[in-house]
Design a binder for this molecule. Structure first.
Ligand code: HEM
Length: 485
């Protein structure tokens, strides 16, 4: 929620009509979609309109439009002040808007509307989110040992690939590690020891792609834009091609996570519905998120160069030595490491879009004007602009490793990656990611494990369907080994 001072100062700003237009029915949304994917790309799509209307709040059609979304008209928010209205569930509804103006068929999720698609006013949201919050609370202590053991496999894979090929694709290695880590965390067993063997994550990749296709461009030179647009963005993709993979992971999880599902039943959840929710939690929320956040962190640390690597290594090794190992208390003492993680989440928020519908007439404000949003209108926040707002952050497009150190830590209230402020906590009544703390901890642990093992490393980076690609070119093993853990 916006702070009281932000709300009260909205009263003094001039109320302006929201600029922008939706164009002709059907053709307007298609034109905006083509601009978004092919003529301009997301950044330029928003930047050009922000300039044209001289406003960070305006009307436009959000992709994908027909025939995936019934209504693609949205009010876009692009600044740090207006954006947090999306978190205020007393004023906005979050029903079925988890990934945008469309929702994939519930065939992808066992016939159920999963927690992420429920509004907090729906009683099932409270039950499911409450279950997740208590689960994460219980798993808190197991996070570090489980992560450390999964990550040691990641390093083995990374070093083997580097010595074999002279470079290593971090994304593939990280995906494999993330999936197995989650399986171990939620099911207390390695996925390799189940019927899915080492292929769990590739089953999920296909399942994720079929749900997210309307939001993706492949960028293939041999595929004409019109054909890609027709195949990916125009009609919902069916479930049957990914059915067998989904069912395999579902069966493995149903058996391996039996104890957890017993607990869910005790909390009043239907066992079958709880299993599909747990799979979505593992495969979409967490694995989908991890696919993006780990490479982004390594990209920014990797390209920042040796001087940052030395400072991080020094901080991490001295705290770990003092604590006698990697501990939660120790992770909290690492101010540069913490700052680097928040900065990566700020500069490249892993989930760039957030959507909501106004429950009532709402008055919102940007830096320089107030606007009225009518009941039922859809709001779309494009987060990379809100967290790179030049009126809030100096050099907003630059990765500044120490941005959140010391006094700078106050600025984490403008880091919104979790669909909430970094200073606020998820509850059963709001729509903030229940794993806000866990994700930040996982990223800190990734940085810690890297600099316990290596002095420095070099990477090459690029873009993928979801997030950044990171290829390791070299690693320099730590000269002074810390014999801990
Ligand atoms: C790994 C990186 C992760 C990222 C980047 C991420 C991001 C997000 C975001 C942005 C939302 C809000 C979406 C919206 O409604 O607009 C969300 C919701 C959610 N996330 Fe995460 N998440 C991550 C990990 C996790 C993990 C580890 C869990 C659970 C163990 C989790 C469970 C959920 C659930 C259940 C929701 C829906 C919350 C609700 O309905 O109130 N996420 N996540």
């Amino acid at each position: 929620m916006s702070s009281p001072s932000e709300n009260s100062s909205a009263l003094n700003l001039p109320v302006k009509e929201i600029p922008g237009s939706y164009g002709l029915p059907f053709f307007g949304p298609i034109k905006d979609r083509i601009d978004f994917y092919y003529n301009q790309g997301p950044e330029e799509f928003f930047r050009a309109r922000m300039k044209k209307y001289n406003s960070t709040v305006f009307r436009v059609n959000s992709p994908p439009g027909p025939f995936n979304a019934k209504d693609s008209k949205v009010i876009v928010l692009l600044d740090a002040v207006s954006f947090p209205i999306l978190f205020d569930t007393s004023k906005v509804e979050k029903r079925n808007v988890f990934i945008g103006t469309f929702m994939p068929s519930t065939n992808f999720t066992g016939g159920y509307r999963i927690c992420a698609y429920l509004d907090p006013s729906e009683p099932k949201h409270t039950t499911l989110k409450g279950f997740y919050l208590s689960l994460l609370d219980k798993l808190h202590k197991e996070l570090i040992p489980t992560f450390c053991s999964s990550v040691s496999n990641l390093f083995t894979d990374l070093e083997n690939e580097l010595s074999k090929n002279g470079e290593a694709n971090f994304n593939a290695i990280s995906d494999k590690m993330s999936f197995d880590f989650l399986f171990r965390l939620f099911a207390n067993k390695s996925s390799y020891d189940t019927i899915i063997g080492g292929n769990g994550n590739t089953n999920l990749d296909r399942w994720l792609f079929f749900q997210l296709a309307p939001l993706i461009t492949l960028g293939l030179k041999f595929l004409p834009n019109w054909l890609e647009d027709l195949l990916l963005h125009t009609f919902p993709l069916p479930y049957f091609p990914v059915k067998s993979g989904y069912e395999r992971v579902h069966a493995a999880l149903r058996t391996a996570a039996a104890a957890l599902l017993d607990e869910a039943e005790k909390q009043g959840l239907n066992r079958d519905e709880a299993t599909h929710n747990l799979l979505f939690l593992t495969g979409f929320n967490t694995y989908g998120g991890a696919k993006v956040v780990f490479p982004a962190l390594l990209k920014y640390i990797g390209t920042a160069g040796e001087s940052l690597h030395h400072r991080l290594a020094e901080e991490i090794r001295s705290v770990v030595k003092e604590e006698g190992g990697v501990t939660l208390a120790g992770l909290n003492k690492m101010s540069l490491t913490k700052s680097v993680v928040w900065e990566a989440l700020r500069i490249e928020p892993p989930v760039p879009f957030q959507y909501a519908k106004a429950k009532e007439e709402i008055k919102i404000k940007s830096h320089d004007a107030a606007y009225v949003i009518k009941k039922g209108e859809t709001i779309c926040g494009y987060q990379p602009f809100a967290t790179r707002d030049p009126k809030v952050f100096e050099n907003p497009d630059e990765f500044v490793a120490e941005r959140f150190v010391g006094e700078g830590e106050k600025m984490i209230k403008y880091v919104y990656w979790s669909n909430g402020r970094e200073t606020e906590d998820p509850t059963a009544e709001n729509k903030q990611c229940p794993a806000r703390e866990m994700v930040v901890m996982m990223l800190r642990m990734m940085a810690v494990e890297f600099f316990l093992r290596y002095d420095t490393f070099s990477v090459e980076t690029g873009r993928l369907l979801l997030g950044s690609s990171v290829t390791f070119k070299s690693v320099t093993k730590a000269t002074k080994q810390l014999f801990i853990n």
